[in-house]
Design a protein around this ligand. Structure first.
Ligand code: NDP
Length: 244
């Protein structure tokens, strides 16, 4: 199946920002989406908007650090829509801080959500896609997957990892299974709210001033998904024109 119409697409981290914008755009283009995140009320509000516009959506509370929960949302897609075409592994956190602040819990959180979360998406989805002979992983990294900046060492490390994992998956998965990495630059969302280090939070307010809308990243994701089945868009980097 090529294009977007009719595709069954699981989106993690769909309760705000890029995940929410992606769910809205893909449904507008005829996809059947299954949305997950921890904030149920936000998912319910999004689902009710989508249904009001006669779009097709299922939702499930999801913590991507729990493999069982990731498997459950994939099962929901199969039970409700009969298959799984795409997983958008989008959930992520970014509590930036200088290494010397030793915010070890926040380092671990980033590793858990940003790396393990993506691996859990692969663990849950790959067997299903192998069985179908077709499928597509769209993993969300960052411009931080290509270079490191101060306060972002651990965050960037998680995104370098997502880039490595996605390329490894592309090489190994074979058959009709595609893997795409989408790497946003500064984008409007709630991401910077997780920063607890005062100096970093102040710096980021200025740094994030020229953010592009989340819909810009949603369009990049849609572009990769809508390609014919024999075309795998490997990597897309999308940042504000003014971002260095
Ligand atoms: P938001 O903070 O708006 O969205 C992050 C989403 O991830 C939320 O829906 C949140 O939902 C979800 N999430 C966080 N932890 C978990 C978890 N344990 N289990 C399930 N869902 C979780 O930020 P963005 O939309 O910007 O972030 C989306 C992706 O884009 C991230 O991977 C981020 O690293 C990446 N990115 C964003 C950039 C930007 O400038 N905005 C730049 C580069 C990359 P909930 O809290 O309800 O669980």
């Amino acid at each position: 199946m090529s294009g977007i119409r009719g595709k069954v697409i699981v989106i993690t981290g769909a309760s705000s920002g890029i995940g929410e914008a992606t769910a809205r755009l893909l449904v507008e283009q005829g996809a059947q989406v299954v949305i997950g995140a921890r904030r149920l009320e936000r998912l319910e509000a999004l689902a009710s908007d989508i249904r009001a516009a006669e779009g097709s959506v299922e939702l499930q509370p999801l913590d991507v650090t729990e493999l069982d929960q990731m498997r459950a949302i994939v099962r929901l897609a199969q039970d409700r829509f009969g298959r799984l075409d795409v997983i958008v592994n989008n959930a992520g956190v970014m509590p930036l801080s200088p290494l010397e602040a030793l915010k070890v819990d926040e380092w671990n959180r980033m590793i858990d959500v940003n790396i393990r979360g993506v691996l859990h998406g692969i663990a849950a989805g790959l067997p299903v896609m192998k069985e179908q002979g077709v499928g597509h992983f769209v993993n969300i990294a960052s411009v931080g997957a290509y270079s490191v900046t101060p306060t972002a060492a651990v965050y960037c490390a998680t995104k370098y990892a997502v880039r490595a994992i996605t390329d490894g998956l592309r090489q190994e998965a074979g058959g009709g299974i595609r893997a795409t990495l989408v790497s946003p630059g500064v984008t409007e969302s709630e991401l910077a709210k997780s920063i607890t280090d005062d100096g970093t939070r102040e710096f980021m307010k200025e740094y994030r001033r020229n953010a592009i809308p989340a819909s810009a990243i949603a369009r990049a994701i849609a572009y990769a998904i809508e390609q014919p089945a024999d075309v795998d868009v490997n990597e897309l980097v999308v940042r504000p024109t003014s971002q260095v």
